[in-house]
Design a protein around this ligand. Structure first.
Ligand code: AMP
Ligand code: MN
Ligand code: MN
Ligand code: MN
Length: 287
């Protein structure tokens, strides 16, 4: 691993390989411009953009860590798990990571069939607006707005696409335990992503399940975590001797308020000693 290049540390960012807006080299150029020295590329259920991002990083002086954001499930609840480690790039592991991604295509087709019946918006319409981006419910919502089926994206989710609504189909995912096992087998680590996106009661249940499943860490400095939550999550990981990570969760133009390296409020950068702890765990390899 290269010596510490200095600069900000951002361990959560997306490219066009999932639902981000930037090509890998655009992401890395944005990171370099924002003063990020260490960047993890963490697309949903794929490591496809890592190699290209790394090549750009070598040109631009940004260290690129291999990662992905795996879609996992706890009961009927979807949770995201960040995996980090060079071993993720090995074909067997990359393939295990992509299983959920292939399941997503079946899910999108099922959503399209339902919406077609409900309001005439189909799978092909969403594929067309998605272009090079990985297809998600957000694209179905955009078509529905464009056709005047709903007034805005929020209404599309509230009336059709959210859990419990008529066009909702559950996202495929591996269990939390499987996610931890995929990381361990690759000599990497599994980190519970942004627990703060859940309501407080749900959050405690999910954090408990994640600890039980053996996650190696928890994402603390996320752009949607307020200072109180960061403090309580940092205390929790210290008490359990786990890793603490963080990042902007940058999606380029698809989440315009979230900037690479700083998130919303110049506060997502991961402290140096936390990055050192992650590096030590990754250098120790499998076992
Ligand atoms: P999917 O991965 O297909 O489940 O879709 C996730 C996408 O839908 C992400 O871009 C989310 O930001 C977006 N999304 C999820 N729920 C909502 C909501 N209630 N309102 C607006 N966008 C949403
Ligand atoms: Mn996303
Ligand atoms: Mn996420
Ligand atoms: Mn993310």
């Amino acid at each position: 691993m290269p010596s510490d290049p200095g600069g900000l540390v951002d361990l959560h960012a997306h490219t066009l390989a999932s639902d981000g807006g930037d090509r890998p080299e655009e992401l890395v150029a944005a990171a370099a411009a924002a003063g990020v020295g260490t960047l993890a590329v963490t697309d949903h259920d794929t490591v496809a953009a890592v190699a290209e991002a790394r090549a750009a990083g070598e040109r631009l002086g940004v260290e690129v860590l291999a990662g992905c954001e795996l879609t996992a499930t706890v009961g009927d609840r979807v949770v995201h798990v960040l995996l980090y480690g060079e071993g993720l790039l090995e074909p067997d592991t990359a393939n295990a990571v992509e299983v959920t991604r292939r399941g997503r295509d079946e899910r999108n087709r099922a959503i399209g069939e339902r919406l077609e019946r409900l309001c005439g918006v189909g799978y092909a319409d969403a594929v067309e607006v998605a272009g090079a981006s990985a297809l998600s419910r957000a694209h179905f919502a955009r078509v529905m707005v464009a056709r005047g089926v709903v007034a805005d994206v929020a209404e599309a989710f509230d009336r059709y696409l959210s859990s419990g609504r008529p066009a909702h189909v559950p996202a495929p995912g591996v269990s939390l335990t499987d996610a931890v096992a995929i990381a361990a087998k690759a000599g990497g680590v599994a980190v519970l992503a942004h627990p703060g996106r859940l309501a407080a009661a749900e959050r405690d249940r999910v954090v408990g399940a994640a600890l039980e499943a053996g996650v190696d860490g928890v994402e603390v400095w996320h752009s949607q975590h307020d200072p109180d939550l960061r403090a309580s999550l940092a205390a929790l990981v210290d008490q359990r001797n786990l890793l603490a990570t963080g990042g902007s969760d940058y999606h380029g133009r698809h989440k315009p308020g979230v900037r690479i390296g700083t998130g919303k409020d110049a506060n997502v950068a991961v402290p140096g000693e936390r990055l050192d702890a992650l590096r030590e765990r990754l250098a120790a390899g499998p076992g």
